[in-house]
Design a protein around this ligand. Sequence first.
Ligand code: IPE
Ligand code: IPE
Ligand code: MG
Length: 233
Amino acid sequence: MNLYKLPRHVAIIMDGNGRWAKLRGLPRVFGHREGAKTVEKTIKFANEIGIKHLTLYAFSTENWNRPKEEVEAIMSLLVEYINTKVPSLIEDNIKLRFMGRRKDLPEMILKTVQEGEEKTKNCSGMDLVVALNYSGRAEIVDAVNEIIKSGKKEITEEDFKNYLYLPDLPDPDLLIRTSGEQRISNFMLWQMAYTEFYFTPVLWPDFDENEFLKALYDYQNRERRFGRVTAVE
Ligand code: IPE
Ligand code: IPE
Ligand code: MG
């Protein structure tokens, strides 16, 4: 692994928990529980190898349309996760932040989220962003509404970026999506203009260090051109 060519920001669409459970004849919730273990290992590994920003797509605004029991199970896993893992995040100097439409989050979830952010706010190591009640289109619309409120008549791309949920978060360099689906599912639409995409058929609960390394190697062997031509022909 070339540690000098690591992506600064890795974003992950953690998909395939339901299928993982179904393959074993288990209810979907078991897949989410197993997926939570992968979350923990992924965070540890990303931190160890020196990824600066890690964004995990945990729950989209569209995911509210799932059966009530499943939504409740995911939410209670999230609360449990934040409440029990914050001490180890602090120990590892990891700062936890949330990205999504906060105003529509149930009171209890919002409170847990804010406590997690508050407790880790002085951590200066890896920046861990959890996308929760997140929609890329909603983020853009929320930004536009804020701009209208500010009275601005014209803006630049740089101004626009400042109205996103986390203005200081750099654009993802690498997006990983597990489970074989090759779509963006409303994730970071503005920020992914020049992100490298990596798709793997591995289901999220089976995504391990080795699979993460494969994605990183793949990224390191790409040439990012940003619309230009190769420097030396
Ligand atoms: C991803 O796994 C977790 C969330 C969306 C919360 P899924 O639950 O989407 O798993 P599949 O896609 O049904 O297998
Ligand atoms: C995307 O996965 C959202 C998360 C991983 C949180 P989905 O399973 O909701 O996406 P679709 O429905 O397959 O596009
Ligand atoms: Mg899915």
